[in-house]
Design a protein around this ligand. Structure first.
Ligand code: TAP
Length: 519
């Protein structure tokens, strides 16, 4: 059993606030009066609208996907994946070992040399189109599985994760026979076997971001999903079989971080792609240093969402809410720092609190839910610890009054004001539904404060002035800058970071470059 998850049948706790079970502010918290909106006991509250689970059959146990077949792990061990909204065990997952990583790499290498590299690019494209179609056809099954395994609201897995994953396969299918246009004047060549390690916050989508361009460029793949969210990757293995993808082109090895390390450091793996924390990214970069492998790192973030006084305020409130509460804030590019111009701060924060009071937190399978469950108990503890540090360091906390389910890992949406740039909540990635507010007076001050971070993944600008958007966007040290919107993703657009947010780009034509050697 993974140490960060609860044992089967843990006694239900009848508190309304699960945040009580971790270090979380209590006395210092200023809690709003009960919402008068659409939540809680309001006569206007939504009736429950749960998505059915019947479309999904979760097996008791899953093996590894190697060379087109399901295999038992060589060590015979399993871990358990849990539903974070209920703390119920979902399935036993093979604990892949370095020996299993070796078998998977061998299969990928053979498939590359004997089959995949010999196929006409148009034929490779057909498989990618097929995978995209199957993902669309089985979208409900994927959405329900993703929500049960990760805790994210069904509305998001249904409307964002799964359609975007299918779109990535569709988009890169189009590139498969046009690679010479991605590297004009040079001859594009695949690397061979690529090793990929992904996190738990967007399990299927991160898989698609990695596998689609890799296959389109002619590589074969060994991928390790995160231990807390393996199910959609294992369901994807079924899609590979259904699409009749040649054996060994995609291999999925579940297991701990050490198994991920065995994959990326193996000399037969010519290119490595990692998404996850900065600390593990650094470990991987050190582990493969000097081996001449290609490496892309998509790491953490601490994005500034900057609201100027001339912004359309209600639209900006929506954007700020979407920026930090989408996927419970477990988003690398989350707008976790709100920079608001002093002249409108009071009014903006009042509107923001009103809007936060309307957010519906609870069962991720309910189609009305805005904020679902935190992915794991250990992540709950991390969030609770950082929130407590915000209170201890003197920031002012506000959380809306709302009931939380008695079981599962749920955290109230949290707003901090009076935040100093030196506070941990302003500097460290919280990866939870917690927003730290900092004010500014001038454009120059906004830029300086936004760039005052070790990260550089994303940022947002809210203003009516086009000239200000251009001025500020070009001064921000962030890989992606959204203007009057936030968290917009598209397979055609490159995504990636500066500084401790990593290097390399995923998505778009730039995302292909990482999977090609060109001579
Ligand atoms: P990590 O702990 O870094 O885990 C990410 C993946 O790496 C998991 O599959 C993990 O396996 C594996 N791993 C752990 N230690 C490893 C090692 N020594 N060698 C090789 N692989 C290892 O991050 P997380 O907690 O899953 O995800 C949250 C972090 O990811 C946040 O910091 C977030 O910002 C970042 N993130 C960034 C992006 C982009 S696009 N920049 C996107 C999503 C998430 P186990 O699950 O088995 O531990």
């Amino acid at each position: 059993m993974p140490s960060d998850q609860s044992p089967k049948g843990a006694a239900p706790r009848r508190t309304t606030a699960r945040a009580d079970s971790v270090t979380t502010p209590t006395a210092a918290a200023t809690v709003a009066p009960a919402s008068s909106g659409l939540a809680g006991n309001s006569p206007w509250a939504y009736a429950p609208a749960p998505e059915s689970r019947e479309i999904v059959t979760i097996r008791q146990r899953y093996g590894l996907f190697i060379d087109g077949k399901e295999r038992a792990p060589s060590g015979g061990e399993v871990t358990v994946t849990y539903n974070p909204a209920t703390e119920e065990p979902l399935a036993e997952i093979a604990k892949g070992t370095p020996a299993d990583a070796d078998r998977a790499i061998e299969a990928a290498d053979r498939a590359y040399r004997k089959v995949w590299s010999k196929l006409h690019p148009r034929e490779r494209a057909k498989y990618l189109y097929r995978i995209s179609r199957i993902l669309q056809e089985r979208s409900r099954e994927f959405a329900v599985t993703e929500t049960m395994d990760s805790g994210k609201p069904i509305r998001e897995s249904r409307d964002v994760d799964v359609p975007l994953a299918a779109a990535h396969f569709w988009y890169y299918a189009g590139w498969a026979d046009k690679l010479e246009y991605a590297v004009p004047g040079r001859r594009p060549e695949a690397h061979g076997v690529v090793g990929q390690v992904i996190p738990w916050n967007f399990p299927l989508l991160m898989l698609a971001w990695k596998i689609a361009p890799a296959l389109a460029a002619g590589n074969t793949v060994v991928l390790k999903p995160a231990s807390t969210t393996p199910l959609t990757a294992l369901l994807f293995a079924d899609v590979c079989r259904q699409a009749e993808l040649p054996d060994g082109v995609v291999n999925i090895v579940t297991g701990p971080g050490s198994t991920g390390m065995s994959i990326v450091t193996d000399p037969r793996v010519a290119k490595v792609a990692f998404t996850g924390s900065t600390s593990v990214g650094v470990t991987i970069a050190k582990g493969i240093a000097g081996q001449g492998k290609g490496l892309t790192l998509e790491l953490g973030g601490k994005a500034a969402n900057i609201v100027f006084e001339d912004a359309a305020l209600d639209q900006a409130v929506e954007g700020v809410v979407n920026g930090i509460f989408f996927n419970q804030g477990e988003v690398c590019c989350a707008g976790s720092r709100l920079l608001v111009q002093e002249s409108i701060a009071e009014e903006f924060l009042a509107r923001l609190r009103d809007r936060m009071s309307m957010l519906r937190i609870g069962d991720p399978m309910d189609k009305n839910t805005d904020i679902g469950a935190i992915n794991s108990k250990s992540q709950m503890e991390t969030i609770g610890e950082l929130v407590a540090s915000g209170v201890a360091e003197g920031a002012q906390i506000w959380q809306p009054a709302c009931d939380l389910p008695a079981r599962g890992w749920f955290f109230r949406p949290t707003l901090f004001t009076n935040v100093a740039q030196s506070h941990r909540i302003a500097r460290e990635e919280i990866f939870g539904p917690v927003l730290a507010t900092i004010t500014f007076r001038t454009v120059a001050e906004a830029i300086e404060k936004a760039n005052n971070t070790a990260y550089g993944l994303s940022a947002g600008i809210w203003t009516e002035k086009g000239s200000r958007i251009l001025q500020v966007a070009s001064a921000l040290k962030a890989g992606v800058v959204w203007a009057n919107t936030f968290n917009r993703f598209d397979p055609t657009a490159p995504f990636g970071g500066y500084k401790e947010s990593g290097y390399g780009r995923e998505g778009g034509m730039q995302g292909l470059h990482a999977y090609l050697r060109s001579s």
